[in-house]
Design a protein around this ligand. Structure first.
Ligand code: ATP
Ligand code: MN
Length: 457
């Protein structure tokens, strides 16, 4: 049994083949019956042509049915495909009744498809998203492995809040119903871990420990944020890639981020050409040109302070008025990358109040050695920084922010023993996917999105 992607590539005309897949459409003319067969190995269908006398065995070969078709590959007389299958037999493995199968041949809205996430992978759009997602995951590993980075598995359950930003999902085995009814306060010493535990919001703190042992490391795994924001950019469960490099500064970090993004874009353009052509045509016109131009560009750099000056020139154009000290909103980020720079831009040296405690304090004592990579249409795609590697300064920041010193004792140890400058960043995998596919809603670039009030399937 062969994959359609290989059949269409090799075009072994004259060969007898057996192909399995799902019927996209069946169409009858006076002289023949056509089945468009898709097996998900590529975007293209294999056109299978039957004699009209085969009508009986094709009765249940309706849109959505799983079938096994045997025939001979021939050059296609018609336009649209180089080869087609002159089919002699069709076995219906699993029918899909026309009156109940929801994916009949017609345009479906993305909202509707979200409500049938268990079937949407059988559409052109979601098949393409899944293939590109797979390719991007492979590219991520290839990029780092080729450069000698070690893949580290950081824990999913954690007792420390990395960002200090809250928004964590609690993990507990306590019987909350019973405790609530009893009116007693919760006794976490009785909980599974003997203390409150959460799903991780980032693997960074843990991966830093391996960075300061193996020099170049990365994580790539699920992260969780209980963000109560119903946006097209936020999920409650998303995947993040976090490289961390030792004996490195922000400059090295920015170079790595730029190389990484460009590598991923080039990979997508080369390895996912058919799927990207689909996205370019149907989802985001100009997508391929845009990705190609980013791939060929040099990322601009601008300090947060200068970025705010640029934003202030356009004060009235924003919902949130920009000022020095404000957190950059997506509208600000997009203005910077789309209007001021017209390409990817790395914003550096943010006010320390806006960033996490572990970022390296600059000499001005006001800003930290942080960087966000902003790209057109998306805004922030990467957030990173040089880490505070000076023990005293880090301890000072932890105290200043009122964080639990004890909980971070192991993290502080990294600065007590063999500390070294190091830096890293986080790339949201689904943000990358939105960027590469042109899909608007982040819920459409992950198979089963988890967001506020949404955890079906
Ligand atoms: P934003 O301001 O867009 O919410 P952030 O500043 O909270 O992002 P970081 O904490 O720096 O993001 O996380 C690193 C990266 O993870 C971000 O650059 C982004 O690509 C991604 N990311 C963050 N939050 C989410 C989310 N809820 N869903 C999907 N990706 C996310
Ligand atoms: Mn956020």
């Amino acid at each position: 049994m062969e994959d359609i992607v290989e059949i269409l590539k090799q075009k072994t005309v004259g060969k007898t083949l057996t192909v399995c897949g799902w019927v996209r459409t069946k169409r009858e003319t006076k002289n023949a019956i056509f089945i468009e067969l898709n097996d998900g190995t590529c975007m293209s269908n294999l056109q299978c042509v039957f004699n009209t006398s085969d009508a009986a065995q094709l009765e249940a070969a309706l849109t959505g049915a799983a079938v096994e078709i045997t025939g001979t590959l021939v050059e296609s007389p018609a336009q649209g495909q180089p080869v087609e299958l002159h089919a002699t037999s069709c076995k219906v493995l699993g029918p899909a009744p026309a009156d109940s199968y929801p994916l009949q041949k017609k345009a479906h809205s993305l909202e509707f498809l979200r409500s049938i996430a268990h079937l949407r992978a059988r559409t052109n759009t979601f098949g393409a998203v899944a293939r590109v997602r797979n390719a991007m995951a492979y590219a991520v590993h290839t990029f780092f492995q080729d450069r000698g980075f070690k893949y580290i598995h950081t824990p999913i359950i954690t007792a420390s809040d990395c960002e200090g930003a809250g928004e964590m999902f609690q993990v507990t085995t306590l019987d909350l119903d019973r405790i609530a009814k009893s009116g007693q306060p919760v006794d976490y010493s009785k909980d599974f871990f003997g203390k409150p535990a959460y799903l991780t919001v980032s693997g960074q703190l843990n991966v830093e420990t391996y960075c300061l042992a193996l020099k170049k490391v990365y994580t790539f795994g699920p992260t969780f944020r209980a963000e109560n924001s119903n946006t097209t950019r936020h999920l409650a469960e998303f995947w993040m890639i976090e490289p961390e490099i030792a004996f490195a500064t922000l400059k090295d970090d920015m170079e790595l981020a730029e190389d990484f993004i460009k590598y991923l874009l080039r990979w997508a353009l080369e390895e996912c050409a058919e799927d990207l052509a689909f996205f370019d045509k149907r989802i985001q016109p100009g997508l391929i040109d845009m990705l190609t131009s980013v791939y060929n560009s040099k990322f601009a750099h601008i300090s947060y302070t200068d970025a705010v000056k640029e934003l202030e020139k356009n004060k009235d154009g924003f919902e949130f008025k920009p000022y020095w000290g404000c957190d950059l909103q997506t509208e600000h980020e997009r203005y910077l990358t789309e209007k001021v720079i017209n390409g990817p831009v790395i914003v550096t040296d943010y006010p320390k109040e806006l960033k996490a405690f572990y970022m390296k304090l600059n000499d001005d004592n006001k800003t930290v050695s942080a960087m966000d990579v902003l790209v057109p249409r998306i805004g922030e795609i990467i957030g990173g920084s040089e880490r505070e590697y000076r023990y005293d300064v880090l301890l000072g920041r932890i105290r200043e922010l009122g964080l639990d010193e004890q909980a971070y004792s192991w993290y502080l140890d990294l600065r007590r023993f063999g500390s070294a400058p190091h830096a890293g960043f986080g790339l949201g995998f689904e943000r990358l996917m939105r960027y590469v596919t042109g899909m608007e809603n982040i819920r459409d670039v992950i198979p089963f999105p988890r967001a506020v009030k949404q955890a079906d399937f």
